[in-house]
Design a protein around this ligand. Structure first.
Ligand code: ATP
Ligand code: MG
Length: 202
């Protein structure tokens, strides 16, 4: 039996690859906001990212599954990967509300960099009525309301999480240069990356 209302955290991302910055932020928010579950939602065709250097949706989904497997409150959704065309946050939240029930309380978690883009997101019009937004601190990005569209002020929480200056971009670059990524990603993800020769191209 699911709790009513069920408190669902949604962590969207490219997860190219997933790293300890994502996992630590999600776990911290889960505890602080007493969320019942955190659903990681790897994007299918990220509308904001360049095509090159993106591992296939299947690889990103598998790495996310492997990385989250040791936390019983974490799970992974393929809604965005299964959807044809580009993925938009509003569509994803609506689809998840159908799966988890209309009464479920959705908390969309983003880093300080991603929340700033929120008002530029397509169909961001009714987003502020669909979910609450949790913007977490991230080294190198300022976390303040002035960066966030005023429509979202009412439903956005700013949260300082333990700082991990890790990014997927840096991990990909390190792999390309033959540098270690140990302790930046879970060991099982590191093994998956090497086994499948991901991110090694120029
Ligand atoms: P890339 O460098 O390819 O953009 P990324 O590390 O930013 O990768 P994303 O998949 O783009 O990872 O991020 C998914 C979500 O996680 C975003 O909301 C992002 O702001 C947040 N996030 C990523 N890394 C961190 C981190 N180290 N601390 C807090 N939040 C993070
Ligand atoms: Mg990013």
């Amino acid at each position: 039996m699911k709790k009513d209302p069920f408190k669902l955290g949604i962590m969207g991302g490219t997860f190219n690859p997933i790293h300890h910055g994502h996992l630590a932020a999600a776990e911290f928010v889960r505890e602080e906001f007493k969320l019942d579950e955190i659903l990681f939602v790897p994007s299918g065709k990220p509308p904001h990212k360049h095509k090159s250097d993106i591992a296939s949706p299947e690889h990103r989904w598998t790495m996310t599954l492997l990385a989250t497997g040791t936390n019983k409150c974490f799970s992974v959704s393929s809604v965005e990967i299964d959807r044809r065309g580009k993925s938009y946050t509003g569509d994803t939240i609506l689809e998840l509300k159908e799966i988890y029930g209309a009464r479920s309380d959705c908390y969309f978690i983003t880093g300080a960099d991603a929340i700033a883009e929120i008002s530029t997101w397509h169909k961001s019009g009714n987003l502020s009525e669909l979910a609450k937004f949790i913007a977490v601190s991230r080294p190198g990005y300022k976390l303040d309301m002035s960066k966030i569209d005023s429509r979202f002020h009412r439903c956005t929480y700013l949260v300082e999480v333990p700082a991990l200056a890790i990014s997927s971009t840096e991990i990909r670059e390190r792999i390309r240069r033959g540098k270690t990524i140990k302790y930046l990603v879970p060991e099982i993800v590191e093994k998956y990356i090497y086994k499948n020769k991901l991110y090694q191209g120029v």
